[in-house]
Design a protein around this ligand. Structure first.
Ligand code: ADP
Ligand code: ZN
Length: 215
C-alpha cells in the first residue's frame, strides 16, 4: 500500500503506520524519526534541523524534500510505504506530487486520522520516547508505560520526554498543524484521495483501512 497519513501531532500516525507495515511489508517513512536520528548523529542535516525542531517549528521544505527524494528511491519502498509526518505543507504536497510522477508511483489514499483536541493534548503530555535513534519506541506514562520505569522494553535505552514535548512546544506544534498542515486535507480531497477515520483507537483505524483497501 502507498499511503499518506495525515493527522495532528499525537493522532497516532506512527502507531498506525507500525501496525500497517506488519500487514504487507510496506515501510514506514517518518520524517520526524529521520530528523531526530540526524540530530542525534550530529550530521549537517541534524544541525540544520535542530533549532526548528526544539521550538516546535517546521524544518524548511527544501531539507525535507532532499530527504524524501532519496528515501523514496530506496529499494524497500517498492513494496509500498506509509508516509508519517510528510507532507506537512502545501508546497511539500505539490513537490511530492511532482516527485511521484517522476518516479511513476501512484498513491492509494491520504488517510486523515481525526482525534479530538483534548485527547491529543493529553496524549502528547504523557508521551515518552526511547532516546535510541535506531529504536524511537513510543510509550505513554498512563496508558502504556515501559515495564521498568524509564527504560525501553525493546532496546534497554533511556525513555525520555522529547525536547519538543514541553507544554509550550506542544501548543505551538498544534497551532502549526492547524495553520500549515490541516489545509492538506482539502488538497487531497480535490484529488479524491481522502479517507477520514476516527483515531481514538488505533486498532479501529487499522481495521477500517484494511477494509477500505480490500486487505
Ligand atoms: P509529531 O507528528 O508528533 O509532531 P514528528 O516526529 O512527525 O512529530 O515531527 C517532529 C518535528 O520534526 C516537527 O515538529 C518538525 O520540526 C520536524 N518535521 C518532521 N516532519 C517534517 C516535515 N515533513 N516538514 C517539516 N518539518 C518536519
Ligand atoms: Zn528503544
Amino acid at each position: 500500500m502507498k499511503l499518506i497519513l495525515l493527522g495532528a501531532p499525537g493522532a497516532g500516525k506512527g502507531t498506525v503506520a507500525k501496525m500497517l507495515t506488519a500487514i504487507d511489508g510496506s515501510v514506514q517513512i517518518s520524517t520526524g524519526d529521520i530528523l531526530r536520528g540526524a540530530v542525534q548523529a550530529g550530521t549537517e542535516l541534524g544541525r540544520e534541523a535542530e533549532t526548528y525542531m526544539k521550538r516546535g517549528d517546521l524544518v524548511p521544505d527544501s531539507l525535507i524534500m532532499g530527504i524524501m527524494e532519496n528515501r523514496l528511491q530506496e529499494p524497500d519502498c517498492a513494496k509500498g510505504f506509509l508516509l508519517d509526518g510528510f507532507p506537512r505543507t502545501i508546497p511539500q504536497a505539490e513537490a511530492l506530487g511532482e516527485l511521484l510522477e517522476r518516479l511513476n508511483i501512484t498513491l492509494d489514499m491520504a488517510v486523515n486520522i481525526d482525534v479530538p483536541r483534548e485527547v491529543i493534548l493529553d496524549r502528547l503530555c504523557t508521551r515518552r520516547t526511547c532516546e535510541n535513534p535506531e529504536c524511537q519506541a513510543i510509550y505513554n506514562v498512563k496508558s502504556s508505560p515501559p515495564q521498568q520505569e524509564g527504560i525501553c522494553d525493546k532496546c534497554g535505552s533511556a525513555v525520555i520526554q522529547r525536547d519538543d514535548e514541553t507544554e509550550e512546544a506542544i501548543l505551538h506544534r498544534l497551532e502549526t498543524y492547524n495553520e500549515k498542515t490541516a489545509p492538506l486535507i482539502g488538497f487531497y480531497e480535490k484529488k479524491g484521495l481522502v479517507k477520514t477515520v476516527s483515531g481514538t483507537s488505533s486498532d479501529a483505524v487499522v481495521g477500517e483501512l484494511k477494509a477500505a483497501l480490500g486487505l
